[in-house]
Ligand binder design. Sequence first.
Ligand code: FE
Length: 216
Amino acid sequence: MATSKTTSTGQTRSTAKSAGKYYSLPALPFAKDALEPHVSAETMEYHHDKHHKNYVDKLNELIKGSGMENLSLEDVIRQAEGPLFNNAAQAWNHAFFWNCLTPKSQAPKGGELREAIEKTFGSLEQFKKKFSEEAESLFGSGYVWLSKNDAGDLILEQRKDADNPLVDGLSPLLTLDVWEHAYYIDYRNVRKEFIAGFWKVVNWKFVEGRYVGELH
Ligand code: FE
């Protein structure tokens, strides 16, 4: 019979050989106060240490006995449904969202990503405007995603709740979490100001790395 213990990082490791692989809460790629004043340390503490951790903990509970214990998190997202899908996707979505943020944001002045954005949206400014409109108009909870398909085309879309472009075979490049827990401490109900702050901390190097296939 499988037994398990929880490590100090929240990762559940099984002691049974056949019980497979479980998931851990990744550390933030920046200090909690690094994105201030656009995203406060208090928001990061709640969003990463409580919300994100809770999704990972729940995922570790639900994966047991699901038959998907040996899959990568991406494959769990592609195959699971219901609560297991929701928590697996939220575990992945948040880790991805943190990678999309940096205190050293610098929009690309050239290069493949910029060219693709200009070809698809007209200009970087037009892209930011369209992305912001999608973020503002998303009703309820969800994310705005910029992804690419196998042909390299850029796709901008809203997805509700935990939904993730991986389920449609797309490769996510950039996301913005517009669940209320992402901004209510800093901006209360004014999502528009949170979106404006997001553009000051976008990790364009990460987005570019994903677009050219250097980051997976
Ligand atoms: Fe969130």
